[in-house]
Design a protein around this ligand. Structure first.
Ligand code: SF4
Length: 386
């Protein structure tokens, strides 16, 4: 089921001192290890109600006893969208937050909103990134412990996860212990990995199947740092990538394309092919126009049609250097058809949108579409493929 809501409201009563619980759902059924599970149970299955669960969600009924001693929720809107093995957080008197969707390939663990850079095209807003909420490592670890161990892919993201410093080591250690078969993608600006002691500790504790995606926006510090608005960020990111490569961590470089750098994509590709040649992947990415990117749209937005002629050469440079190269967030009708095979359906299921005209396009099933935040940029016109 696509586009399931992440926040569900209703009556929520949590007795724990922390005012929240995190658990995995078992729906109209029972399970062992009840202390990690929240039982969700409708009127037709009242007879399955059992003591001992971490919490309960009651649909269309409520037990006549016990309520002072249990964590529970009733009258939850969209409750039918919750499914078995989802992981949720129930916050007292507030809402239910869906942390893991068992039917999605786009699950993520957001470890912080904060960041030590301030990119002009960040899809988060200044307000979100500069809040002073201190990430709760124990809460993140509880979330990881509830995720089913057969889950294929998890993205660890922020903000900047490196803000957690050695707390990030605790997070990846938990991932390694609880989800040894899962593929992890860590999204980071890479700066924390310029610290060799940190890199050593991280690598020692990270799960074996981890890839780190780090953005490089230019082939020089002046342009890169003007985009991140963080002096020294280019030197630190490049140093971080080199440290990780020396420690055999798989690296993906992300080049976000914006007004400031689209004419220099070939220079960036040449820099990567020469200086960072052991990276495994490079993804050239179109903008997501939310948060800072939307606020600064006059400064950062460049239409797909203008970028089109600047993509082929850098892709060729990277491919010739043996680096697997892809285009992310570029709709097919907005790129050179020689690049169709490397254009990925990269936009998360809950963020992707198509124009009305796309319905008549023969390529729609293969096209990654647009971010919901980008589709209404006024210059965008699609050219359905007949
Ligand atoms: S018309 Fe729509 S579906 Fe077709 S390639 Fe363009 S964006 Fe994709």
């Amino acid at each position: 089921m696509k586009n399931r809501p992440f926040i569900l409201k209703g009556k929520i009563s949590v007795k724990s001192e922390d005012y929240y619980i995190i658990g995995r759902l078992v729906k109209n059924d029972n399970t062992d290890n009840k202390s990690n599970y929240i039982q969700i149970i409708d009127k037709e299955h009242i007879d399955l109600y059992e003591d001992g669960y971490l919490g309960y969600i009651f649909i269309d009924w409520i037990p006549a006893y016990d309520l002072d001693n249990i964590n529970y929720a009733t009258d939850i809107t969209n409750v039918e969208t919750l499914i078995n093995n989802d992981v949720i957080e129930m916050i007292d008197d507030t809402y239910i937050r869906v942390l893991y969707r068992d039917d999605s390939g786009d699950n993520f663990i957001q470890v912080t909103n904060q960041c030590n850079s301030n990119c002009i095209m960040c899809p988060d807003s200044d307000q979100v990134r500069n809040n002073h909420y201190v990430p709760d490592i124990n809460k993140i670890r509880k979330q990881i412990r509830c995720i089913p161990d057969d889950t294929e892919n998890i993205c660890i993201t922020g903000g900047e996860p490196g803000i957690l410093k050695y707390g990030l080591v605790d997070v990846v250690r938990e991932c390694k212990e609880c989800l040894p078969e899962t593929n992890f993608l860590l999204l980071s600006n890479g700066r924390i990995f310029s610290d060799i002691n940190f890199s050593n500790e991280f690598v020692k504790n990270a799960p074996s199947k981890i890839q780190i995606a780090i953005p490089i926006y230019a082939d020089n510090a002046i342009l890169h740092d003007s985009i991140t608005r963080a002096e020294g960020s280019f030197e630190e990111a490049v140093m971080g990538i080199k440290n990780l490569l020396q420690r055999n961590i798989e690296i993906e470089i992300r080049i976000v394309v914006l007004k400031q750098n689209y004419k220099y994509l070939s220079n960036i590709a040449t820099f990567i092919a020469k200086e960072l040649k052991n990276v495994k992947f490079v993804n050239i990415m179109a903008l997501e126009m939310s948060g800072n990117a939307f606020k600064n749209k006059d400064n950062v937005w460049v239409n797909f049609d203008e970028v089109k002629s600047y993509l082929f050469d850098p892709v060729l440079t990277l491919l010739k250097a043996g680096i697997q190269t892809s285009l992310y967030n570029f709709p097919l009708c907005k790129i050179d058809n020689r690049l169709y095979s490397i254009a990925k359906k990269s936009i998360s299921d809950y963020k992707v949108r198509f124009k009305d005209e796309c319905m008549e396009c023969k390529a729609k099933d293969y096209c990654g579409g647009f971010f919901f935040s980008t589709i209404n940029m006024k210059e965008i016109k699609v050219n359905p493929i007949k």
